[in-house]
Design a protein around this ligand. Structure first.
Ligand code: ARG
Length: 459
């Protein structure tokens, strides 16, 4: 049909509905900088192989650069007949420079072209996200440093368990986001392989030097099997999987912030600028940002599952199904990027109600373990010490007196091993500072970890 690059074999026009259904232009147009970068490298490779003259190659490159200027400036004339960004760019190039434009696609298929574009795109995106993760970690370490003296209840089962430093809690997320950064790094390393020259599926008829193309595009290696290269979307799945973990971590943090900002906890205040009110209830200040981060997590998981499902039944090599990978990938990348950016700003401006936290850290019988451990130092086997302390906790609940308020006489009623020095065990600070091993919540440990992280995150 008229206007179609592949129209030669067809006697009839494409149905308009089919054109709409098969088009990916609305989605993949954002690949244009990578597409043009790849095409320029392809031209240079063809010239080096003697398939194009130096003049032809130079003219094609200039044309492509001009098309990029149009796209950058939002002046590119898109046409509904363009199936995707690759066809749109080639069509426009030919309009601009004439029949020579038709030589661009020599020895190339959209299959290896789109595989290349995706890898170039992912390299950029993964680098950006790694930078965002580092910035987020810097903010969290900063907040840990700023709140080094704030104590709080640590939880298991959402029940008060043992007192910890708020800084220690913040640093828990710093560890999670470091693993996330590592996953993105691994993924980027593995995908950094150049697929062009794989053709539609079988390879190239032309004497192209694939390593030269790779060098132009700064890939350290080339793909080793053309069938695999055009049908492989592992990097998309790995990215979606790493993004799912980032979102899972952000969602857990969001959940905590939502709880902590509630009147039931009052541990923190979220900045007004990050909340909204209710159209009906004048008193409301709703934690929309963390709620949406938590909600959008499901969307990213969905893209991971959707893409795995997309791939599971595909015979080698390229199938048009693969076109669906991009909507999932782009949406997951955008959602994660925004969620990270918003969470970073939220944490930067978080207001901590340190007195509420301190008061909470005193309650809940959280020093009971200290009491049991004290008895252990006096030679009582831990199981017996646990049982004695359990009875003391019950007594303290019945008496409506927190453990810290029991007297030595009270305690000695349960075990003769209690001595004067037990009372110093029954302080929140003491309990925290006794957790002095690597990874524990003792103040000096946490401070040392902050120093290490500050050093690692400098610059
Ligand atoms: N728009 C397609 C994609 O994103 C490009 C490849 C089309 N290839 C083909 N043989 N129809 O996957």
């Amino acid at each position: 049909p008229k206007g179609k690059a592949w129209g030669g074999r067809f006697a009839e026009q494409t149905d308009r509905l089919v054109e709409q259904f098969t088009s990916s232009l609305a989605c993949d147009r954002r690949l244009y900088p990578y597409d043009i970068q790849g095409s320029i490298a392809h031209c240079r490779t063809l010239a080096r192989a003697g398939v194009l003259t130096a003049r032809e190659s130079a003219q094609l490159v200039r044309g492509l650069q001009f098309v990029k200027v149009e796209l950058d400036g939002g002046r590119f004339p898109f046409s509904p007949q363009d199936e995707d960004i690759h066809m749109a760019i080639e069509r426009r190039l030919t309009e601009l420079i004439g029949p020579l434009g038709g030589k661009l696609h020599t020895g190339r298929s959209r299959n290896d072209q789109v595989a290349l574009d995706l890898r170039l795109f992912l390299r950029d995106v993964l680098s950006t996200l790694m930078g965002q993760l580092q910035e987020f970690r810097r903010v969290l370490v900063g907040q840990a440093r700023a709140h080094l003296d704030v104590v709080m209840p640590g939880y298991t089962h959402l029940q008060r368990a043992q007192p910890v430093l708020l800084a220690h809690h913040f640093l828990a997320y710093v560890e999670m986001f470091d693993r996330d950064r590592g996953r993105l790094h691994d993924c980027r390393q593995r995908l950094n392989v150049m697929p062009l020259g794989s053709g539609a599926l079988a390879g190239s008829n032309y004497p192209v030097d694939r390593r030269y193309t790779a060098a132009l595009l700064e890939f350290p290696a080339v793909t080793q099997n053309s069938l695999d290269a055009v049908s492989d979307r592992d990097a998309v799945v790995e990215t979606l999987s790493a993004l799912s973990l980032i979102m899972m971590h952000l969602s857990r943090l969001s959940e905590e912030l939502i709880l902590w900002a509630s009147q039931e906890f009052r541990y923190v205040d979220l900045p007004d600028t990050f909340c909204t009110g209710s159209s009906m209830m004048p008193q409301k200040k709703n934690p929309d940002v963390p709620e949406l981060v938590r909600g959008k997590t499901g969307r990213v998981y969905g893209h991971l599952m959707g893409t795995l499902t997309l791939l599971k039944g595909l015979p080698l090599s390229y199938n048009r199904d693969l076109q669906e990978d991009k909507e999932a990938l782009f949406d997951a990348v955008d959602t994660t990027g925004q969620s990270l950016a918003l969470s970073t700003e939220l944490m930067r401006r978080l207001v901590v109600n340190k007195n509420v936290l301190a008061e909470a850290a005193e309650g809940g019988g959280m020093l009971a373990t200290e009491l049991a451990d004290y008895l252990v130092t006096r030679g009582v086997p831990f199981r017996e010490a646990h049982s004695i302390t359990g009875q003391i906790v019950r007594f303290s609940l019945e008496q409506h007196r927190p453990l810290q308020q029991l007297t030595l006489k009270d305690l000695r009623g349960f075990s003769a091993r209690f001595g004067e020095d037990v009372l110093s065990c029954l302080t929140v600070r003491g309990a925290i500072d006794r957790k002095g091993q690597i990874g524990g919540t003792a103040r000096r440990r946490v401070e040392a970890r902050i120093k290490e992280l500050e050093k690692a995150l400098k610059g």
